[in-house]
Write a protein that binds this ligand. Structure first.
Ligand code: ADP
Length: 595
């Protein structure tokens, strides 16, 4: 309700981060927050009572020597503190739980949003960045909210209740004490500005640390093999030191509020003692009033200091929350077009027409046109960086063309639903990503709910069944993180099994460049042949055997198709293909007739 109201007043991007936090993340828990605040009011009230009762302690017991009152006052004091303790416990537990829920809500939202992003999003962000956003930003948002509630609820209310005691006891003394307020506010405002600057830096440094950590884990082999430990240590050392120095700056600024507030508070207490003391000595005031006032003043110092730190601390957390909203506001590039219909496949002919596409400022495709006829194998060949992988990305609709069209069986991809499009194709890439889960589950990625028999049949067709059976645990064996427990050739065959299981009419294949031993190579090739049969296949070819088998070859250079035809025709032409073939596939194509 409040969210809708706010949306009407100002679109969410124009509202402050704090506003959005309150309206979007905090509002669902408003009743719990209200209850916590009621308990905090009780804490404030009992704190004020404990200062108030000092008047009776001094006047009745010490000055009046009134024996009847001793027990009553003692009982009242115990009661006040018990209630205060219980209320403080209740509000703290309540806030912690609400806080945890808010973090969980935000993480659900963030992850959902991240999953809906186009490929460009993942490529523009490091894993550290994403991790920082999921963990640190969500908890910063929570801390901002709970901070706001405790500072405004418990601390500000306590200060107000104690102020009431002071005003009640002695208005003149209260006026003297208040003189310390304006300089305090000014000093705090100055600190707030400085903290803001460092808070973002701290978060950026953290994501640097996480990224380096991930790189270390993923690149452990390379690091060891090339002796890069020193370089990694230096890089990580840098990140850690940046983080430390940023945190230092913030801690320093936060700590600075202490001497500021203590000095101002000391001045106020000193002035009160000077004036109030003289009044008591003169007989213009009783000692109970004076002590009660001093107690209230001293008790108010701590919560007042915390309230004064509110804006500095809030700044720090809001910087994190701001980054979180940046993530949540990032538009999902590839979205279902309104009115998109499911792809209706007849044969699976894929056509790119005059497609231009750039990654930001880097042009990758410059007017490429090609047709992959239904049920045939089309090979893409070309120097690295010529745009071959980008073509596959366009067909998967990981990106949309800047101009030109990509269509399947005459239907522009932008007009069909993403689920039906991706459901009609299988992708087998060089780097097979395996989840740290049992092999069977890794194959079933191709078709959730596949039966065991189906999984096994796919594995057999992919020439993977035999090696899987040799693993301890067979189909139940864990693949290890990123498939670390399998060899390159084994991972490829798992990828082929996935595609087999998916049984999609369109196959996108990025052939592995890494050399396999002859036997594995043959088994992978056999599996691929089985997979390609009867499907529209586009393959980024790195092997002569593949291009020779292709029905059609498109030679890609600088984002365009420069030659096309079959192997023999292209070799006869003596152009780029002939040169590439000689370089990549062996000395002279004629001599490698026997594969
Ligand atoms: P190929 O697969 O033929 O090696 P790609 O399609 O990967 O070529 O790349 C085509 C061009 O686009 C290259 O210049 C490459 O540097 C650039 N490129 C590829 N991916 C990205 C990306 N995520 N961000 C920016 N530029 C990219």
């Amino acid at each position: 309700m409040m969210k809708k109201l706010l949306d009407r007043i100002a679109p969410h991007r124009q509202r402050s981060v704090l506003w959005r936090l309150v309206a979007e993340a905090g509002w669902p828990y408003r009743w719990r927050f209200a209850f916590a605040m009621a308990l905090m009011a009780l804490v404030a009230l009992t704190t004020a009572l404990s200062a108030w009762i000092i008047e009776d302690v001094i006047n009745e017991i010490f000055v009046g020597k009134n024996a009847d009152m001793v027990e009553w006052i003692a009982v009242a004091v115990v009661a006040i503190f018990v209630v205060k303790g219980a209320a403080a416990y209740g509000q703290q537990v309540l806030l912690l739980r609400v806080g945890n829920r808010i973090v969980a809500d935000l993480q659900h939202r963030l992850y959902d949003h991240i999953l809906r992003q186009g490929m460009g999003f993942y490529q523009s962000m490091t894993s550290g960045d994403m991790t920082a956003r999921m963990t640190q930003n969500a908890s910063a948002a929570r801390q901002a909210l709970t901070l706001l509630v405790t500072r405004l609820g418990r601390d500000a209310l306590t200060v107000v209740a104690l102020l009431v005691v002071m005003l009640w006891q002695d208005i003149t003394l209260a006026a003297i004490a208040f003189l310390a307020m304006p300089p305090a506010v000014g000093a705090v405002a100055w600190l707030v500005k400085r903290v803001k600057k460092y808070a973002r830096g701290e978060i950026a440094a953290l994501s640097g640390i996480v990224s380096t950590m991930n790189a270390t884990q993923l690149g452990a082999r390379v690091i060891k093999a090339f002796g890069l430990e020193g370089r990694m240590r230096a890089r990580m050392g840098n990140e850690i030191e940046t983080m430390r120095s940023r945190s230092d700056s913030i801690s320093h600024l936060l700590a600075l509020t202490n001497p500021l507030m203590e000095t101002l508070g000391g001045l106020a207490v000193g002035a009160v003692i000077l004036y109030g003391g003289w009044r008591v000595i003169d007989g213009g005031s009783d000692p109970g009033t004076f002590f009660s006032f001093i107690t209230a003043l001293i008790m108010a110092a701590d919560p007042a200091r915390r309230v004064s730190q509110l804006m500095t601390q809030l700044r720090q957390f809001l910087a994190g929350a701001e980054m979180m909203y940046e993530t949540l506001d990032a538009e999902t590039r590839i979205e279902e077009t309104p009115g998109a219909v499911p792809l209706s496949l007849s044969g699976g002919e894929i056509r790119l027409e005059d497609v231009h596409f750039a990654y930001g400022d880097t042009p990758a495709l410059k007017g490429i046109s090609l047709t992959a006829r239904a049920g045939t194998v089309t090979a893409l060949v070309g120097p690295s960086g010529s745009g071959k992988s980008t073509v596959l990305s366009m067909i998967e609709r990981f990106h949309d063309p800047d101009t030109g069209t990509v269509s399947i069986d005459g239907q522009d991809l932008r007009g069909v639903t993403v689920a039906s499009l991706r459901g009609s194709m299988a992708l087998v890439t060089q780097e097979t990503f395996l989840f740290d889960a049992p092999i069977a589950e890794n194959i079933a990625v191709g078709k959730p709910n596949a039966t065991e028999a189906e999984i096994e049949a796919a594995a057999k067709a992919a020439n993977a069944h035999d090696f899987i059976m040799e693993l301890p645990g067979g189909y139940g064996a864990d693949a290890g993180e990123h498939g670390a427990r399998l060899s390159g050739g084994q991972r490829q065959r798992i990828a082929i099994a996935r595609a087999m299981l998916r049984n999609a009419p369109i196959l996108l294949l990025d052939e592995a460049t890494s050399a396999l031993d002859a036997e594995t190579e043959t088994r992978v090739q056999e599996a691929l042949d089985r997979l390609m049969a009867g499907r529209t296949t586009i393959v980024i070819a790195h092997r002569l055997s593949t291009v020779r088998r292709a029905d059609h070859i498109c030679v890609v250079e600088s984002g365009r198709v420069v030659e096309e035809g079959d192997h023999d025709a292209l070799v006869a032409r003596g152009g780029l293909y002939a040169r590439l073939a000689a370089l990549q596939f062996g000395p002279a194509p004629e001599q490698v007739e026997t594969e």
